[in-house]
Design a binder for this molecule. Structure first.
Ligand code: FES
Ligand SMILES: [Fe+2]
Length: 342
């Protein structure tokens, strides 16, 4: 059981690699997943993901173009269909195309406004859910993807770390005069960890809360669904005004110690563009406060051994359960590797 095992095991899970809107022009779009350079293309309306290497001379297909014929390499014009099979070699149009002229292709899906890819076999878990995605009473806005120099699990753990609100986000999400973390329940539900923060008092004048026009602290209840291993749906209910604020947050492990973060913010109030801008500014403020702390963590990779860092019962409950589950995922990869070695 090791961080190596976890990193390898992640190949068997769905990961977000781009917003679907980034492929509106059809692509090609270069992305990276688990150190694998990929090219995405929308061919005949379907999203395909290939290793970003042309089988002819190894150039990046993401330098090419997408047309009705398929994905065309920019170097000599070889063209590939949605399954990655070469259908055209322009320098010899009548040549029988060798069967080896085929790209390495990965499972890809378009779901909840994102493109998801799984690098190995059947994905262990289904794609995450967001029951509010098609809900017309909710306004959704995408945050520009951003890259952090930290491992995926460190990023996810930071997002659900209740103890840091009072310190890192003092006056924005929490209050350093009230740093206690309330008791909270957590449980597994299929491929999710579900937990809640029963009560938080936020400042009324933050970019997120301003348009609610509430006097005094904004009392919120937070329900979390953590879809293992990389996605969080945070459902925040503001009881006094019966309003809802949502964050759908999903992290792509671009490498062992790097990640790309995708966020779709949602709310059922103040649908104007000025509030959109305030929400985006607010999100930028919050992640800007987290960045230095998370990138400073050593080791960069989250230890799958629970005893490697200190855990405080009750306070670090979510992290403990998340790490336990990651350890099971890592163990799965290690046992598969051991079986392969026998
Ligand atoms: S390198 Fe792609 S067609 Fe030659
Ligand atoms: Fe934070």
């Amino acid at each position: 059981m090791s961080e190596d095992g976890l990193y390898e095991a992640l190949r068997g899970y769905w990961h977000p690699v781009a917003y679907a809107s980034e492929l509106n022009g059809g692509g090609p779009l270069a992305v990276t997943l688990l150190d694998e350079p990929l090219v995405l293309a929308r061919i005949d309306g379907e999203v395909s993901a290939f290793r970003d290497i042309c089988v002819h001379r190894g150039t990046a297909l993401s330098l090419g173009s997408v047309s009705e014929e398929g994905l065309r390499c920019g170097y000599h014009g070889w063209t590939y269909n949605g399954e990655g099979r070469c259908t055209k070699i322009p320098a010899r149009p009548d040549l029988k195309i060798p069967s080896r002229a085929r790209l390495i292709s990965y499972r890809a899906a378009e779901h909840l406004g994102l493109i998801w890819v799984c690098l190995s076999g059947d994905p262990v878990y289904p794609l995450p859910e967001n029951p509010y995605f098609d809900d017309e009473s909710i306004r959704l806005i995408e945050v520009e993807p951003y890259d952090w120099r930290c491992a995926l699990p460190r990023r996810i753990e930071n997002y659900v770390d209740f103890g840091h609100f009072a310190w890192v986000h003092d006056g924005v999400l929490g209050d350093s005069a009230h740093p206690e973390v309330p008791d909270h329940s957590i449980g597994r539900h299929r491929n999710e960890l579900r937990f809640e923060h029963p009560h938080m008092a936020e400042p009324p004048d933050s970019g997120k809360n301003k348009s609610l026009e509430i006097d005094g602290a904004v009392e919120v209840k937070l329900d979390y669904r953590l879809f293992m291993p990389n996605t969080i749906l945070l459902d925040q209910y503001i009881e006094s005004v019966d309003q809802r604020y949502l964050l759908f947050f999903s992290v792509c492990p671009t490498g062992r110690r790097t990640c790309r973060c995708f966020t779709v913010m949602g709310r059922d109030y103040a649908f104007d563009e000025a509030t959109d801008a305030e929400m985006l500014d607010f999100n930028e403020l919050v992640i800007g406060q987290d960045l230095a702390f998370v990138e400073s963590q050593r080791p960069e990779e989250l230890p799958v051994d629970l005893s490697a860092e200190l855990q405080i019962a009750g306070v670090d409950r979510v992290a403990i359960e998340y790490r336990r589950w990651l350890r099971e995922i890592a163990r799965g990869a290690d046992s598969a590797r051991q079986a392969a070695l026998q």
